[in-house]
Each structure stands twice: as structure tokens, then as C-alpha cells.
Design a protein around this ligand. Structure first.
Ligand SMILES: Cc1cc2nc3c(=O)[nH]c(=O)nc-3n(C[C@H](O)[C@H](O)[C@H](O)COP(=O)(O)OP(=O)(O)OC[C@H]3O[C@@H](n4cnc5c(N)ncnc54)[C@H](O)[C@@H]3O)c2cc1C
Ligand code: FES
Length: 301
């Protein structure tokens, strides 16, 4: 895991990009250099009114500038939306394990052979879970260029506000919205996945000759992650999920973010953190330190 940096970084942009959704950009060369898709940053609100930081996934890195995309859900994110460009904000990052902090990842300089060449990567995202996957897509594209097909399957409550960003980097973008008429598919991501990949197993030919994805990455609300996990398990697709549990300290010191996992006996799936199951057969892991990215099949849903 890379070292996290903490400092007062200048905000270059903090603007609404959709109803209740903000994009925050700040200049942080040290965080930008170290960040991997799936990692997050802890944002400390000014004035010390809120002691605990707010964890937000890294949505992009361009040069020295790091982007976070957040939804206003409570006091902290509401206060964050009030911060103007030019202000300095205390931020710590990058934190946690990202999507590609594993041997044999598609972004490795010399892929270990875990993925055929070319292969299909599936991104499954919901709402503010979409931007970190866009960062992942850019990293996969940069590493594999034309030797990968990237398919994004994304769900939004209303208008699909991150559509164009995905269209620039993905080969196919499938959209679902819970609002009638806002996207080609009316419903949630789980139903869109079932409709889009009706065949049985990885490697089985699709009607149009394409194979099922070899690797899937998911980020979004827990019920969506569980549905993606069930879908991928049934089709034998390797899935990495980013869990966004409520957190306390955000860097491993308080145990305020534990989740239940199980031990996987698969050498291609190295796991972070403790590896001794308790009497019930579970291993408790800290989402902030051992995750937030986990193998879907290690998580006890
Ligand atoms: C690793 C990680 C990455 C995250 N990435 C993003 C991101 O990219 N964009 C984004 O918008 N949010 C993200 N979140 C969630 C974000 O941290 C919370 O929405 C934020 O901390 C809420 O702060 P608040 O003070 O506005 O709300 P609070 O007043 O603390 O809470 C308001 C309401 O939201 C609920 N809530 C708060 N945090 C969470 C959570 N983590 N999961 C579910 N419900 C919660 C509370 O129970 C409460 O009902 C992430 C969380 C984690 C752990
Ligand atoms: S939030 Fe404190 S240990 Fe994870």
C-alpha cells in the first residue's frame, strides 16, 4: 500500500454537476502521483466543526489535480459544497486498497496471464459510484489500449449525469435510470445486467459472437454490489467491489468500519488483512485499511 499524504491543498473547482452532485478538484501533486482507482481521500471540514473526516473516492487524476465527486447527503457534504475555488482544504490520501493493487491486474506493465489478451472488462456502477469506475476505465485503457473491450453498466436515480465521460473511454455504455424516460433502460442496474448478458458462463459465445467479461469492477450502494456479486458468481466472472461503509477515523485506528469476510483459498485472489476466521467462520476486516476494494466472493453479504 502506498503512503498517504496529508495537507492543506488549494481547491481549483467545487461545482454542482447534477442535482445534489458536486465535483471537487484540488491541486495535490503528491496525492495525484500515488493515487490508484478505487482508493479514497479523507476530507476534513474546515473549522473543526466536524471531527471525523468524510471519505470520498478518487474520481480522477489529471496531472497534479485530483477530482472527487460527491452527493450531498448530510451536514458534512452540505458544508463541503459551500467551499469556494481558491480556498485550501485539509485532505489525506490516497487511502485504502484500490482496484488494481493486486498482482495480475489489467493495469500491470506485464500482465501475469490472468487475463486473456484481449479481454472484456465490465464496470458496474450506481450514482456516485460511477466516477471512480471512470477513473478505473481510464487506467485500464492507458495500460491496454486496444487490447481490451470496456463495457460500463451504470444506474442513476434520474438523468445519467456521467454518461459522456464514460462514452469517451468505454467501448459500450449501458444505462439504467429509475426515472421513466431518463435512460434507454427503465429500472436498476441488476435488471440491466440480466437483460444485457442473458447467457450462462464466461467464455460462452453470445449471439453476436462476444464473450462474457473476464473481470468486473463495481462501486455503488450495497444492494447493487450484492446483486452484481450474485450476477458475477452465477456467470463465473471475477468481481472486485468497492465497499463504502460508514467510517470513523478513516485510516485504520478505530475499527468503526468493519465488514465480515471469508477466507478464499484461491492463490489468484490474494487478500489483505487478517486471515484467521473466528468461531463463526468469519474474518472481520477494516474497510478503510484492508479495503475498500475486496473480492466479491470474500465479502459476507
Ligand atoms: C471508502 C468510501 C468512499 C466513498 N466515496 C464516496 C464518493 O465518491 N462520493 C460520495 O458522494 N460519497 C462517498 N462516500 C460516502 C460519503 O463518505 C458519505 O456520504 C459522507 O461521509 C456523508 O457525510 P455527511 O456529513 O454529509 O452525512 P452524515 O450526516 O454523516 O450522514 C447523512 C446520512 O447519510 C448516511 N451515510 C453517511 N455515510 C454513509 C455511507 N458511507 N454509506 C451509507 N450511508 C451513509 C447516514 O447514515 C445518514 O443517514 C464514500 C464512503 C466511503 C467509506
Ligand atoms: S474508520 Fe477507523 S478503522 Fe476504519
Amino acid at each position: 500500500m502506498v503512503k498517504a499524504h496529508r495537507g492543506q491543498y488549494p481547491v481549483t473547482k467545487n461545482e454542482s454537476i447534477a442535482d445534489g452532485i458536486y465535483e471537487l478538484c484540488f491541486e495535490a501533486p503528491d496525492i495525484a502521483r500515488a493515487a490508484n482507482a478505487g482508493q479514497f481521500a479523507n476530507v476534513y471540514l474546515p473549522g473543526g466543526a466536524m471531527l471525523l473526516p468524510r471519505p470520498i473516492s478518487i474520481a480522477d487524476v489529471r496531472g497534479d489535480v485530483v477530482t472527487l465527486v460527491y452527493a450531498i447527503v448530510g451536514g458534512g457534504t452540505k458544508a463541503l459544497a459551500g467551499i469556494k475555488a481558491g480556498a485550501r482544504l485539509e485532505i489525506m490520501g490516497p487511502l485504502g486498497t484500490g482496484y488494481f493493487d493486486y498482482a495480475g491486474s489489467p493495469t500491470d506493465a506485464a500482465p501475469s496471464g490472468a487475463f486473456e489478451n484481449p479481454f472484456t472488462a465490465l464496470l458496474v456502477g450506481g450514482g456516485v459510484g460511477a466516477p471512480p469506475l471512470h477513473f478505473a476505465a481510464r487506467r485500464i485503457r492507458a495500460a491496454r489500449r486496444g487490447r481490451v473491450k470496456i463495457v460500463a453498466c451504470l444506474g442513476f436515480r434520474g438523468h445519467p449525469w456521467y454518461r459522456e465521460e464514460f462514452e469517451r473511454v468505454c467501448d459500450e455504455v449501458l444505462l439504467a435510470s429509475e426515472a421513466e424516460g431518463a435512460a434507454a433502460f427503465h429500472g436498476n442496474v441488476a435488471h440491466l445486467l440480466d437483460k444485457s448478458f442473458p447467457y450462462k458462463e464466461a467464455g460462452s459465445p453470445q449471439a453476436n459472437g462476444q464473450a462474457l467479461p473476464s473481470l468486473a469492477l463495481a462501486c455503488g450502494p450495497r444492494p447493487m454490489l450484492k446483486a452484481a456479486s450474485d450476477f458475477c458468481a452465477a456467470k463465473n466472472i471475477t468481481l472486485r467491489v468497492s465497499l463504502e461503509e460508514r467510517m470513523g477515523c478513516g485510516y485504520g485506528a478505530c475499527a468503526g468500519c468493519t465488514c465480515k469476510t471469508r477466507l478464499l483459498g484461491d492463490v489468484l485472489k490474494p487478500q489483505n488483512g487478517p486471515n484467521m476466521p473466528n468461531a463463526e467462520g468469519f474474518i472481520k476486516k477494516k474497510v478503510c485499511a484492508h479495503g475498500p476494494v475486496f473480492w466479491a466472493d470474500e465479502v459476507v453479504w
